[in-house]
Design a protein around this ligand. Structure first.
Ligand SMILES: CC(C)(COP(=O)(O)OP(=O)(O)OC[C@H]1O[C@@H](n2cnc3c(N)ncnc32)[C@H](O)[C@@H]1OP(=O)(O)O)[C@@H](O)C(=O)NCCC(=O)NCCS
Length: 194
């Protein structure tokens, strides 16, 4: 049986493998990644599809601002394992993600993707004409779904990241964990941390 549930810390490795399989290394060069890196996903909006204990689908949403004023979410990446495609799992993840976002009071969802797929869930480029992403992308792939009518009316400008910053790893702890053999002198440590 397939279940759609919240992502857990234990899912991270499987989720990364799934994204590598679906998108390859190119995923790190996407404009959406510029809005995700160093941030945490929006609360309660990291979902996985699982079957028999295995993660076979993933979707996350991130807090952004659409232009300087309108708060919104950015959806992505969405991926389903190649062996499990065309079983409705992508659609189930999308519908749950949209329902959760609406329930949490979010106003609009943005994404960069194929309109032929995302139009099934109400996404279009109608409200994104005056918005832009950081980096290179095809303009007609910047899509939006208003969760509240008019949420993106007048939205204009750069889409920016507003999500909570991800905690940075503790440098001293990392060095301590990797053993004494190459531990730098205190003098070098200060230099590295600067
Ligand atoms: C896109 C993706 C998440 C769909 O997952 P899925 O579980 O197979 O989706 P569903 O089973 O809910 O829907 C399948 C339908 O979507 C269609 N579809 C899949 N990818 C599509 C795309 N990029 N554009 C248009 N339609 C698409 C399928 O042809 C199928 O159509 P049908 O129902 O008429 O047969 C999955 O194919 C995936 O992970 N792809 C890799 C990432 C990617 O290419 N994303 C492109 C979108 S930006």
């Amino acid at each position: 049986m397939i279940t759609i549930r919240d992502e857990k810390i234990a899912d991270v490795a499987a989720r990364e493998a799934l994204l590598d399989e679906a998108y390859g290394a190119a995923r790190f060069g996407k404009p959406s990644e510029r809005l995700r890196e160093g941030r945490l996903p929006a609360n309660g909006l990291s979902l996985v599809a699982a079957e028999g204990g295995h993660v076979i689908g993933t979707v996350r949403l991130w807090q952004v601002t659409a232009g300087p004023e309108q708060p919104a979410l950015l959806l992505g990446p969405l991926a389903v394992h190649p062996k499990h495609r065309n079983r409705g799992i992508g659609s189930a993840l999308m519908r749950r993600a949209i329902a959760r976002s609406r329930l949490a009071g979010h106003r609009a969802i943005l994404l960069v993707g194929d309109a032929s797929y995302y139009s099934h869930f109400g996404f279009s480029a109608a409200a994104t004409g005056a918005l832009w992403m950081p980096g290179r992308y095809e303009r007609d792939r910047l899509l939006a779904l208003e969760l509240r009518p008019g949420a993106l009316a007048g939205a204009r400008g750069l889409i920016g990241a507003t999500g909570q910053l991800a905690p940075k790893p503790d440098l001293n702890l990392l060095i301590a964990k990797s053993g004494d053999s190459w531990r730098p002198s205190a003098h070098k440590l200060v230099k590295r941390a600067a």
